[in-house]
Ligand binder design. Sequence first.
Ligand code: ZN
Length: 275
Amino acid sequence: MPELPEVEVSRQGLLPYLPGQRIVNAIFRTPKLRHVIQAGLSTRISGLRVDAIARRGKYLLFDCESRHGGGWLILHLGMSGSLRLVGPATPVQKHDHVDLVFAHTTLRFRDPRRFGTLLWHEGDGVEQHPLIAVLGIEPLSPEFDGDWLYAQTRRRSAPIKPLLMDSHLVVGIGNIYASESLFLAGISPLRAANRISRERYRRLVPAIQTTLETSIAAGGSSVRDYVHSDGGAGCFQLSCAVYDRCGEPCPACGRPVRSVRQAGRSTFYCRMCQR
Ligand code: ZN
């Protein structure tokens, strides 16, 4: 599943090509992704210029002259979606459901499982859209720091790890990033959020940010490949310390990495190094 780093790398990969370009045509080869494709969407967006591409959580937000009579295209890659920039003669493959055609390139959305989202928000104020308004803080924003997370968790007795993955609190911290960050910060994933000190939250937040930024940087070195390639959405290989390493030696103390289920997801951690 594409995670925040993949979405951010896709965004950065599109920036040199799309802003300033007009949508010549929009082709939909399916009536429905996660949501029904809105009636008349192709007509509505054809001719509009993409002014900017923003990201909120795992949503890509295409500003299509939103302050000048246009609006926003909201795109989520879902479980299996990927974006490519292709030439006009590139053959359409089975799961290529959407083309946004520009004068010099075509943005092609492939989504085998069709859990992706493509919606139109008329006018300005995309942050008020129901899908966007419910999102928590951005993990790479300056407002997200140890003091903020400490304050938010004083009345939360749930374990810290599923809380980190709650997008109403903070967006884009997937399973792998939550496990690795908690290991880096030496915090047990099982510990109640309100039983973690301010000082430890001040270590946890930079660990989260470093983990995400490392993954973005790993993908960022191959941005052109990523948006141009015919392969699937890349899952950037972090060199994981504990994630998916059950039974292997902890890189810090050598004891076996443990695995538990939390909120239906596998958690990996070291019982010695994480308290
Ligand atoms: Zn250890």
